[in-house]
Design a binder for this molecule. Sequence first.
Ligand SMILES: O=C(CO)[C@H](O)[C@H](O)COP(=O)(O)O
Ligand SMILES: [Fe+2]
Length: 225
Amino acid sequence: MKFDRSVKIAPSILSADFANFGAEIQAVEAQGADWIHVDVMDGHFVPNITFGPATCAAIRPHIKTVMDVHLMIAPVDPYIQAFADAGADVITAHVEAGPHIHRTLQAIRATGAKAGLALNPGTPAEVAAPLLDMVDLICVMTVNPGFGGQKFIHSCVQKVTELREMIGDREVHIEIDGGVDPSTAPLVIAAGADVLVAGSAVFKGGSVQNPVPYGENIRAIRASV
Ligand SMILES: O=C(CO)[C@H](O)[C@H](O)COP(=O)(O)O
Ligand SMILES: [Fe+2]
């Protein structure tokens, strides 16, 4: 996976048809998705449950681009190798999910996957400062994690500005996750983000049988920035 700073749109399959992940992924990629964002929730770190490494392994052959796995689970460390074996290109863990984020990031990189660090809306940018040389991506949550379709929290935009400044010329992506649509995307891109996760804003109005709205929705976000 080569680093580049261009704007990337990563549809979250949290808003896809759970009985049809393979076809949904192929549809959004055909309609212009740059990465595929995969939300793993455990009903403990967040109040919702999605799926685990077996589902990730099953959908992997359908992804031609980048498999971006967002782990909303605690603990994280016992499961890192399983998600790497499932074919994740990026594995993102939350700083709030345990006491040893430094060890977690080391363990992710040791698998060969890119290491992501996610920050909840209530977590300040400064927590990332000692970790900047250990991360390939910082995921700024712009909703409280657990559900799709929530409202973007505007106070998080300032955090993106602070992180962009802290990152300097390091090759670290800033990803925005939650409530991204054509009205909020320009705010975070202007602040320095380059990866836009979007679930409801990409999948709305379309289906595997009628994927054209997926393309329209992706193009609307791209055109807005
Ligand atoms: O991590 C997530 C929720 O915890 C999802 O990636 C995020 O909410 C995307 O959904 P939407 O674009 O509908 O807000
Ligand atoms: Fe996510």
